[in-house]
Write a protein that binds this ligand. Structure first.
Ligand code: MG
Length: 300
């Protein structure tokens, strides 16, 4: 399985990397070798996963074809990446981030909320995005802050009034999101009938990554184990089969009234077990095939 990621070189150039299972490689440079070999000099340099998604090039099939050809005429040893590279958020500038609320029955019930009969979603601010290994910063006096592990999908092409039967064609890939929530602020807002924008949108409250896994690398996104640990202790454990509304229903429902664009993110909801985090904690969010998103918690 090929998993892609974003990183920045020491010279400050954004690049695309891939993890092939045999190591990590600089795909931006592999693509340049491929272009030279094929005489595709007019094709753009690929520095951003978002551009690859928008061009409809983002698939395991594309990565495999390019790798096979490049490996046929040169070694990849000089484009192998050190394990110490720091990853960026896979999609750093989506137009929007939408999140499902109460999309796992046991999570709705643990807060005494009714299990929804239609999808309930809200927006999270794109300025809240935080990469793998980034620090979640809890402002002093904000009260309880919870973790929420979620499978995140990245939209691959414009979706407007898409029927359920065609919805999966609009998914480019999958990553892991942590819908960090200022719970006391959220509950105060609910009592006052105010929106959730602040409680869900604080800076650093949307860790995302580490990889973007191409949609064609995952047979069934509704059969993935999810597990979140705080300081090595398991807090959330479920499987995406427990989602109330599945990915095709979510895309059809949202795109009826809101156009989804390539690179947009949808966080598909969290299972039960959301609990408070404190400065000093180490959060590990793992989704089967998608890797482990690790973040420390700090205070400001
Ligand atoms: Mg959530």
């Amino acid at each position: 399985m090929i998993r892609a990621f974003s990183f920045t070189t020491e010279q400050n150039e954004p690049r695309i990397g891939i993890d092939t299972g045999e190591g990590r490689f600089d795909f931006t440079l592999i693509w340049e070798f491929f272009k030279d070999f094929k005489n595709f000099r007019q094709a753009p340099r690929l520095n951003f996963l978002q551009v690859m998604v928008e061009m409809d090039y983002f698939s395991q099939q594309t990565f495999e074809e390019v790798l096979e050809i490049v490996k046929s005429f040169r070694s990849l040893n000089d484009v192998r990446l050190d394990d110490s590279i720091r990853l960026d958020v896979p999609i750093a500038r989506p137009q929007k981030i939408l999140c499902l609320g109460r999309n796992y029955r046991a999570h709705a019930e643990e807060w005494g909320s009714e299990v929804p009969t239609e999808p309930m979603f809200f927006a999270k601010l794109t300025s809240a995005l935080l990469p793998h290994q980034g620090e979640i910063l809890i402002p002093d006096g904000i009260g309880r802050v919870d973790h929420e592990i979620e499978l995140a999908i990245v939209i691959g092409k414009t979706a407007k009034r898409v029927p359920v039967s065609q919805a999966m064609e609009h998914v480019a890939g999958y990553t892991i999101g942590n819908d960090v929530s200022a719970r006391d602020v959220q509950h105060a807002a609910m009592r006052k009938k105010h929106p959730w924008t602040l409680s869900k949108g604080l800076d650093t409250f949307c860790p995302m990554g580490p990889f973007l896994v191409p949609a064609d690398a995952i047979d069934d996104p509704h059969a993935l184990d999810l597990e979140l640990r705080v300081n090595d202790e398991i807090k959330q454990k479920s499987n995406t089969r427990n989602m109330i509304f599945k990915i095709p229903e979510l895309i059809a429902y949202i795109s009826k009234n809101i156009t989804l664009y390539a690179g947009d993110l949808i966080l598909t909801g969290t299972p039960e077990g959301t609990l408070p985090i404190q400065p000093g904690d180490r959060i590990e969010a793992r989704v089967e095939h998608c890797g482990t998103l690790v973040n420390r918690v700090g205070a400001i």
